[in-house]
Write a protein that binds this ligand. Structure first.
Ligand code: TPP
Length: 514
């Protein structure tokens, strides 16, 4: 077999059996190998930002990496922003980037670029395979690197001749490092902090905001009265009726500061100490008060669930968690369509086990509170602040979980970065209902203009924050990519449209004019 086939066989044997691709000439042997090997699902995307964002959404839900196939330096570069988001989410990803044959490099042909240079800032592991005989082993090591806690980006560069030359065979994935157990001292310090009579918060993320982690957090809250919080952006949060509810740190700095203003003891379980998303003139960067004591129970690569287990034991926590969310469904709204009524409709109709991919920006701001009592669901957010993740992330999540409904909340501005994801959803028949908050504006930035103290904006400045003239026609855009779509301008129309999306087994787009 050739190098490309040895790599594909190694990926499949190592459990990496989905590949999001956008190939070119240098990847043709890899593409040809896909047919020689059973077990690899290949999903084409029409832009690399969709490839990398889909790989992120997939791994968040599948709990294992997908691979990507990208075309030399420019293909990788097109996918960098969503690799940045994936890196911030601690998502495991195995990137395969084709390159010119090793002997062709010295001619500086047009697509020649510093691929390792492009890859390094978003990758924890980068390697260029030197020859076909090394590729299987390099591929196996890339998988191990991606799976190394807390989840990493591995980028393997595949020169064309290493793909077509004769290879040795398949390699198996080396042992992956376990998550580190936390020290007894860290547990004791966290317990002392949470026993204190001062205002206290347990800030959780990663595995701590799913399943067993949430239950333990609730038991710790029951023992201590600690407030349970999570960061603004989390890779995957399990929430809804019957689950321990967390107080999510709000994005706007003033509200975030207010939420933490009394806190004197902060215990971090997998999370970082909270800082402002941006610096604002005259406002602090750190969101906790100066005299707040911060204790790290578990870092991001530590066994945070084991740490919570030890903490619950240390505190003699009761079996019943505190803060379990009651079931609550609102009635369907009527009248004007606005972010509040849209959130109410979603809360009324979203099915159990839904996956919400949240890039709703200001239009989606009411959905989290409205849906907290809805049937249990998962919530995926943009972790690196780089918009253009939402539609690809929803696509990848739907590939990972074909039996679950994906609800994609999308700002119209953010959606335009990677709208080609809709074509992939149509081609793959993915069960995604997308709500486009069509406010014809970069509304978030209109608020930020004031927040940073830029006063008296003129017409040119305001024009940079307005995306009307012409208004985007999302129904036509979706239909042009083979996705059924409808428009809603009233709450009643949105109720009908959303019910239609939920009833559809395939992709459906709703342009909600707000
Ligand atoms: C890659 C990237 N480019 C630009 C931005 C800056 N930015 C943040 S929000 C935003 C506008 C989002 O518009 P939309 O999705 O329509 O949501 P709205 O603000 O209207 O609610 C922009 C351009 C960003 N966060 N990431």
């Amino acid at each position: 077999m050739n190098g490309a086939e040895s790599l594909v066989r190694t990926l499949v044997a190592g459990g990496v059996d989905v590949c999001f691709t956008n190939p070119g000439t240098s990847e043709m042997h890899f593409v040809a190998a896909l047919d020689k090997v059973d077990g690899m699902r290949c999903v084409l995307a029409l832009f690399e930002g969709v490839v990398t964002g889909a790989a992120d959404g997939y791994a968040r839900m599948a709990d294992k990496p997908a691979s990507t196939l990208l075309h030399l330096g420019p293909g990788l570069a097109n996918g960098l922003a969503n690799l940045h988001n994936a890196r911030r989410a601690r998502t495991p990803v195995v990137n395969i980037v084709g390159d010119h044959a090793t002997y062709h490099h010295k001619y500086d042909a047009p697509l020649t670029a510093d691929i390792e240079g492009f890859a390094r800032p978003v990758s924890n592991w980068v390697r260029t395979s030197p020859d076909a005989k090394s590729i299987a082993q390099d591929g196996a090591e890339a998988i191990a690197a991606a799976k190394t806690p807390p989840g990493r980006i591995a980028t393997l560069i595949l020169p064309a001749n290493t793909a077509w030359d004769e290879a040795d065979g398949v390699a198996s994935v080396p042992a992956v490092a376990e998550r580190t157990a936390v020290s007894e001292d860290a547990v004791a310090a966290a317990a002392a902090a949470l026993r204190s009579n001062e205002a206290k918060v347990l800030m959780l993320t990663g595995a701590a905001i799913r399943g067993r982690g949430l239950e333990l957090a609730g038991r710790i809250a029951a023992a201590t009265g600690a407030r349970l919080m999570c960061p603004t952006s989390t890779a995957r949060l399990e929430r809804g009726a019957g689950r321990v509810a967390l107080d999510r740190l709000p994005y706007p700095i003033d509200i975030g500061l207010d939420r933490l203003k009394d806190v004197k003891q902060l215990v971090l379980a997998g999370a970082k100490a909270p800082v402002a998303f941006f610096a604002y003139p005259g406002k602090p960067s750190v969101l906790t008060r100066d005299d707040c004591e911060i204790h790290v129970l578990a870092g991001e690569a530590d066994d945070v669930v084991g740490a919570l287990e030890a903490l619950a034991d240390e505190l003699g926590a009761p079996a019943q968690p505190a803060g379990v969310q009651d079931a609550f469904r609102p009635a369907l709204p009527s009248g004007a369509l606005d972010p509040g009524s849209i959130a109410t409709t979603i809360a009324a109709l979203m099915p159990e086990g839904a996956i919400v991919a949240d890039e709703g920006i200001t239009g989606g701001r009411c959905v989290p509170a409205a849906t907290i009592g809805a049937p249990p669901h998962d919530w995926l957010s943009i972790t690196g602040g780089s918009i253009g993740l939402g539609l690809p992330m929803a696509t990848g999540a739907a590939v990972a979980c074909p039996d679950r409904k994906v609800i994609s909340l999308e700002g119209d501005g953010s959606g335009m970065y990677t709208l080609q994801a809709l074509w992939t959803q149509a081609r793959e028949g993915l069960d995604v209902t997308t709500v486009i908050f069509a406010n014809r504006a970069y509304a978030c930035l209109q608020v930020e203009l004031t927040n940073v103290g830029a006063t008296n904006p003129g017409r040119k400045a305001l024009d940079m924050l307005d995306i009307g003239r012409p208004d985007l026609d999302w129904v036509a855009l979706a239909k042009g990519m083979g996705v059924e779509a409808g428009r809603a301008t009233t709450a009643e129309e949105f109720n009908d449209q959303f019910a239609r999306g939920i009833a559809s087994p395939g992709p459906y787009v709703i342009e909600a004019v707000v």
